[in-house]
Design a protein around this ligand. Structure first.
Ligand code: NAX
Length: 332
């Protein structure tokens, strides 16, 4: 039997954690042949709830789940982990300034970077979900210099999947026939869902989404706002933020990264910018990527029109500003 993969989930007593851990234990993230050991981390006030999650995981008797470690000790949690999914963070509360929330999360991610750097397995792959996701990932990268920078990513797959779902609905096709949308930039209200290269496959062959929709207003304005507003619509309906869809997207992100993309298709991931498409090197920015042998690479050579360029630059600008705020928090 295969050696188990150790998967860390931080903030595991939270909403997304509750939806995500059974998916991992069932083999939906790493495949049906791969045994796993779950490392669950949360903070002291959530320790009892965390233990309850561990009890339920035990009661589910998952064949692939070899052990569960539930702890509030970050060092113990990070010990030997091969994959780290970071859901834990400080939530924005009413009346709090953006900078204050940022500052709390920056110090959490700085400390967790150090714990991962010192205790995780070599070549540990990291996915940051907690907001501000791109900037938390950036801080993690800066303070865990021995983890290869390509191993630190953030989640924009939920936005990617939301864009696919909106297009499928609009064109009355199935989500699995819609391919190659792109989420550019920050996981925030400036994110840009780009459908210029997206296609729909049907019995008549492959067609461009833009031609099928044949409505520039829908593609340029309506879709963008639907994807951006979807999180708020879920909160309104559920009185809680997205959890099932966020957990599923986190699963898709890691699964695609580890097991690869299908030929001719790509997904969106927040990754380390190498300067592709003129984006400032070193930022964690969402790009279209293909994955093979556990490595992602940015899809090169896509034509960018003027409308896209403006949107891509605006979301880059926001990330540069967040980086500055983060550094000013660290220095103060
Ligand atoms: P919850 O508030 O339900 O859970 C967060 C958990 O993190 C809590 O159990 C809390 O005790 C724990 N926590 C706080 N500080 C911690 C620390 N220092 N170490 C370990 N654990 C800590 O939030 P949930 O709805 O699960 O969302 C988790 C995060 O995902 C939030 O930051 C949220 O904003 C973010 N999201 C990001 C998305 C994305 O696409 N990138 C989409 C979904 C989600 O909104």
């Amino acid at each position: 039997e295969k050696e188990p993969t150790r998967v860390l989930v931080t903030g595991a007593a939270g909403q997304i954690g509750y939806a995500l851990v059974p998916m991992i234990a069932r083999g939906l993230m790493l495949g049906p042949e791969q045994p796993v050991i779950l490392h669950l981390l949360d903070i002291e006030p959530a320790a009892e709830a965390l233990n309850g999650v561990k009890m339920e995981l035990i009661d589910a008797a998952f064949p692939l789940l070899k052990d569960v470690i539930a702890t509030t000790d970050v060092v113990e949690a990070c010990e030997g982990v091969n994959i780290a999914i970071m859901l834990g963070g400080f939530p924005r509360k009413e009346g709090m300034e953006r900078k204050e929330v940022m500052s709390k999360n920056i110090s959490i991610y700085k400390a967790q970077a150090t714990a991962l750097e010192l205790n995780a397995a070599d070549n540990c792959k990291v996915l940051v979900v907690a907001n501000p996701a791109n900037t938390n990932a950036l801080i993690l990268k800066e303070f865990a210099p021995s983890i290869p920078e390509n191993n630190i990513t953030c989640l924009t797959m939920l936005d990617h999947n939301r864009a696919i779902a909106q297009i499928a609905d609009k064109l009355n096709v199935h989500v699995s026939d819609v391919k190659n949308v792109i989420i550019w930039g920050n996981h925030s209200s400036t994110l840009y869902p780009d459908v210029n290269h997206a296609t729909v496959t049907s019995t008549d062959g492959k067609k461009l989404v833009r031609e099928l929709v044949a409505n520039d207003h829908w593609v340029n304005k309506e879709l963008v706002s639907r994807v951006q507003q979807r999180g708020a619509a879920i909160i309104k309906a559920r009185k809680l933020s997205s959890a099932l869809s966020a957990a599923s997207a986190a699963c898709d992100h890691v699964c695609t990264w580890v097991l690869g993309t299908k030929k001719g298709t790509w997904v969106s991931m927040g990754v380390y910018s190498d300067g592709s498409y003129g984006i400032q090197p070193g930022l964690i920015y969402s790009f279209p990527v293909t994955c093979k042998n556990g490595e992602w690479s940015i899809v090169q050579g896509l034509k960018i029109d003027e409308f896209s360029r403006e949107k891509m630059d605006a979301t880059e600008k926001e990330l540069i500003e967040e980086k500055q705020v983060a550094y000013s928090c660290l220095n103060s």
